[in-house]
Design a protein around this ligand. Structure first.
Ligand SMILES: [Zn+2]
Length: 217
């Protein structure tokens, strides 16, 4: 079977945009496909054998370009989309309303999701896709991009401490990206998987601040 970049599998479904009522077409994930060649990265990102199959919990309307929460679609969002979305929702959730009060925790979980996506898409600039045949990407990251990244890392750390303080691997990684190696070590010491612990400790010792692939698969 040939694999194309924009290959979409299965019949499309439709979802009405809650902003402009346009009916957007989307594809559900091809759950029947057997995964192999999975690569797991230390920021939680995974690469599978089909590079075009990206799932996201957030959608952007094809017509009005506004965002709405809806899971499972083929085709992802760009890092710009995620940055715009996080600004949009941060503002929306900061308003004092009964709804925001009621959904306070859910809103924070959504911001956590978006900030993690921003970090993962930043890391995409330096990671190599396993199907790339190690054709290395030579992308130069600007200082302002790095600043946005680090700002997101810090905000994500505080969201994690509040909502998922037992995600010690991710917390350790975030501190490592910031160059805060002592805190990174503190967190990784709490991870139970000895293999992962050893690997990350090696990176901490080498003072590496980049995302890495995990050897556990
Ligand atoms: Zn719309």
């Amino acid at each position: 079977m040939a694999i194309y970049n924009n290959m979409q599998i299965g019949k499309p479904s439709y979802k009405i945009c809650p902003h402009c009522w346009k009916i957007n077409q989307y594809h559900r994930g091809p759950f029947f496909i057997h995964y192999f060649g999975l690569t797991v990265w230390s920021d939680g990102e995974t690469f599978e054998e089909l590079p075009s199959r990206i799932k996201t919990k957030l959608q952007k309307c094809h017509s009005c370009n506004k965002f709405y929460w809806f899971e499972q679609k083929l085709g992802g969002m760009s890092s710009d989309d995620y940055e715009k979305a996080v600004k949009h929702y941060q503002y929306k959730y900061s308003k004092k309303s009964i709804v925001n009060l009621f959904f306070n925790r859910r809103n924070k979980r959504r911001l956590l999701y978006l900030r993690l996506k921003i970090i993962q898409s930043y890391n995409d600039a330096i990671r190599e896709h396993p199907l790339n045949n190690s054709k290395s990407k030579k992308i130069i990251i600007s200082e302002s991009e790095r600043r946005i990244f680090e700002e997101n890392v810090k905000l994500l750390i505080s969201l994690l401490n509040e909502l998922k303080s037992n995600d010690h691997l991710l917390l350790s990684e975030l501190h490592r990206y910031l160059g805060d190696f002592e805190k990174a070590k503190e967190e990784i010491d709490k991870v139970e998987d000895d293999n992962i612990k050893k690997q990350i400790l090696g990176e901490i010792q080498a003072k590496n601040r980049d995302v890495i692939t995990l050897n556990s698969h």
